[in-house]
Write a protein that binds this ligand. Sequence first.
Ligand SMILES: C[SH](C)CC(=O)O
Length: 268
Amino acid sequence: QRENSVGTLFDYNIIGIDPGSGIMKSTALALQDYKLEGWNLIEGSSAAMTAALDKAIRKEEPIVITGWTPHWMFNKYDLKYLEDPLKAYGDAEEIHTVARLGLAEDQPSAYEFLKRFHWTSDEMGEIMTSIQSGETPNKAAAQWAEAHKDHVDEWIKGIPTVAGQSLTLSYVAWDSEIASSHLLQYILEQKLGYKVTALQVEAGPMWTGVANGDVDFTAAAWLPLTHADYWDKYSSQLEDLGPNMTGVKTGLVVPAYVDIESIEDLNK
Ligand SMILES: C[SH](C)CC(=O)O
């Protein structure tokens, strides 16, 4: 580690999230691609990462985190993505809904709704912001669904309701997926009559649960790059229902007061 290098500003630490997440794999590859010697990618969680970000910003200290859009932190803080000339984080990503094989036959109402489910990062942001302001995820989702009745009605129009059949979804406690999973649970239960179990797990089990049929679906599949490893491994054992959100993004993020613009600058 070199004295007076940019790395010393950050103690050569990149504050990451849960180790199984795709962004941590992309960042490990970025460290290699950009030849960032001596840097540490700190494992933790989405919540620990945003707590470290908040603490650094309060003291106006340098910090670099694994970040993604949509995320409420871009509304709360003045942040910027570091340019990624080597495309370690790919281009525009999408969040897909993937379902276990056989869901269409077993639960046609849920399947049809999930195929129609598609929304924007701004719409998701309303739920994330409400949760950040102290509302519970269940209530924030319910309030969103009632405030956007026309949009929800499009998703469920003409779909037969059911009488309490069970469904299981899986998600990881990323702020974006906490929002989407609670909204899907609310609509499936209150509008279509299902009894939904929402399993909060790590990224690996989120995918394996759907692939082995224990879980009916997840709406937290980041493709084509972020979850490429999971997709390559399990795509033949599950059904991709397509994107529920497009134009999402992952990368390295710093507060605007940090005077560097590119991942390459971390090597100076
Ligand atoms: C943190 S992103 C929501 C998804 C991922 O990195 O696996």
